[in-house]
Design a protein around this ligand. Structure first.
Ligand code: ZN
Ligand code: ZN
Length: 324
């Protein structure tokens, strides 16, 4: 399913699978998650778009062939292909454990053709083995919603009371990990979205309510998955002194001006950008221990436009996954 250019619907196209180059694997796609970032790419919110491009960076597949110089994974192995597709390996960021910030990084489904397809190729060094307990569709959301959600949770530090704003794919995974870690978790949704609030409570949240509501007690940290800038001051108001507000999305509407006193008291606002391979290894080790259960709604690949439309309307409970 090709994105010819931003603001156009994806188009079903027949394209020959590419031979894997040196260091690459050819992957037969078994499932690919639909992420909010795909919407931002399709809507032209991100500036570096190469087009046409195949979206999709939560790819679960099996290795069909390997290019020269690939030692692992082997043909037949089940792997996950995440958003981080490649980095330079030698800049200051790459050498200091922050490859997520590499200026030369290339991302799957953005700079590199992704998983809204039957086949894709990927740099073998950036693929992950996947825990066996998950089916292909269940494993797909772990690869971005899970990984980047987990990186956001790490940024929240040892917060005992955690607020999560925007109860989609990432939140439904992070809430389970946070409860397993013994935290108190409050879920915030669009005002009046009672089904999302019921979903949050069903996943173990101690309270769920509107993003405009005050929580039952002040937050030690908030994670914002909803791409709504107005939630930054809302979350700061709900957060106690010394707390942190973590903005987890790749794009957000403009943050409105706010009075300094809601930031004062050593509150901080930070963003999370991309993922490192270390995040992937850490999270994929933890997920089966919790165990994280992913709730997925599967769509046939040809219905990718419907899946994106439903995500845009906030009508997906858990995560949408395309199945070729
Ligand atoms: Zn680099
Ligand atoms: Zn994503």
């Amino acid at each position: 399913m090709l994105l010819d250019h931003p603001h156009s619907p994806l188009r079903y196209a027949e394209i020959a699978a590419r031979e894997p180059a040196a260091g690459e694997v050819l992957v037969k796609v078994r499932a690919c998650g639909v992420c909010r970032t795909d919407l931002h790419v399709a809507d032209g919110d991100l500036v570096e778009l190469r087009s046409p491009v195949v979206l999709g960076h939560e790819i679960v597949g099996t290795v069909e062939a390997t290019g020269p110089e690939v030692r692992t994974p082997c043909v037949g192995a089940r792997i996950g292909v995440p958003w981080l597709g490649q980095t330079c390996g030698h800049c200051g960021y790459c050498r200091s454990g922050r490859e997520n910030l590499c200026d030369a990084a290339r991302f799957t489904g953005y700079h590199i053709d992704g998983g809204y397809a039957e086949y894709t190729t990927a740099d073998a060094r950036y693929c992950f083995p996947l825990p066996e307990r998950y089916s292909d569709a269940e494993a797909a959301p772990l690869l971005c919603a899970g990984l980047i959600g987990y990186r956001s949770l790490v940024k929240a530090g040892d917060a005992r009371v955690l607020g999560i704003y925007g109860f989609g794919a990432a939140a439904h995974i992070v809430a389970q990990v946070a409860k397993w870690q013994g935290r108190t978790v409050f879920g915030f949704t669009r005002p009046g979205d009672s089904s999302a609030q019921a979903f949050a409570r069903g996943l173990g949240c101690d309270w769920a309510g509107n993003s405009t509501d005050a929580p039952p007690e002040p937050l030690d940290a908030a994670i914002l998955f909803a791409p709504v800038g107005a939630l930054v001051p809302a979350a700061l108001r709900a957060t106690r002194k010394g707390g942190v507000v973590v903005c987890a999305g790749i794009h957000m509407s403009e943050i409105p001006a706010f009075p300094y006193d809601i930031l004062w008291g050593e509150r901080s606002v930070v963003s999370v950008a991309n993922l490192t391979r270390r995040d992937g290894e850490d999270f994929l080790r933890i997920a089966p221990q919790v165990p994280v259960r992913t709730e997925v709604e599967a769509f046939p690949l040809e219905q990718a436009n419907d899946a994106l439309a439903r995500l845009r309307e906030g009508k997906i409970s858990g995560a949408a996954v395309l199945v070729p």
